[in-house]
Design a protein. Structure first.
Length: 232
């Protein structure tokens, strides 16, 4: 009598991950140029190099204007409408923070999207107040002449305190990225250099806008900032 074939346990199908473009070049350049510009702004104040501080401030302003426009017309992962989810979704994501699981997010996760928005708002406050600020010396923002000294001093105080908020947000950002690497084994830094992330093969690829559109927007924004500084 023939013996029955040996019992074979079925193995779960292994998910195939493939590299997929998730961050376009304009977003990656914006991110790292903003890091440099904010760092130069901080160092220039500490070293009392206020002309450099003004230039870095205008650079931050131009980068933010570009990011806002690109967040409306740019690639899918750059658009605010795509990565800003409900606060409840962000809370649910944070509740699972210490669960080790593969990274299947095409762009920002639910909590990361809100972090981006908070950081952009803090930087907009910094740029806006800087336009009216003074250092009680020879340097003042281009719009300081349109308000009296007392008002400029008040705004300067907000400008100083808000930068501490920005430093806190930057520190939190670094801590969270580190925790993602240590706890969830997810590298969030590499995709911001390479533009790609390994995702399940069935994941729909995000739509990427042509870089020439970003270049046109950047040129218009840069021209606008230069014209503002020149004619104000």
């Amino acid at each position: 009598m023939a013996l029955p074939p040996p019992y074979r346990r079925r193995r779960a199908a292994k998910t195939v991950n493939l590299p997929m473009p998730v961050w376009d070049l304009p977003i990656r350049l914006f991110h790292w140029l903003l890091v440099i510009a904010v760092g130069v702004s901080y160092a220039s104040v500490k070293l009392n190099r206020m002309p450099i501080h003004l230039i870095s401030g205008y650079t931050v302003a131009g980068l933010l204007l570009f990011r806002i426009i690109w967040g409306l017309v740019g690639s899918d992962t750059a658009r605010f409408a795509r990565f800003l989810r409900s606060p409840l979704a962000a809370i649910r994501h944070l509740l699972h923070f210490f669960r080790r699981e593969p990274d299947t997010e095409v762009g920002h996760n639910a909590a990361g999207g809100w972090m981006v928005l908070v950081m952009l708002l803090a930087l907009l406050v910094q740029v806006g107040t800087g336009l009216f600020s003074n250092d009680d010396g020879d340097t003042e923002g281009p719009l300081a002449k349109f308000v009296d000294k007392a008002m400029s001093d008040t705004i300067s105080g907000i400008h100083d305190k808000n930068f501490n908020v920005i430093l806190g947000l930057v520190g939190l950002h670094v801590v969270v990225i580190t925790l993602y690497a240590l706890v969830k084994r997810q590298n969030l830094v590499r995709p911001m250099f390479t533009g790609k992330k390994r995702l399940p093969a069935a994941t729909p690829a995000p739509r990427m806008m042509h870089p020439l559109l970003a270049l046109l927007i950047a040129a218009i924004v840069a021209g606008g900032v230069v014209a503002f500084v020149w004619f104000i």
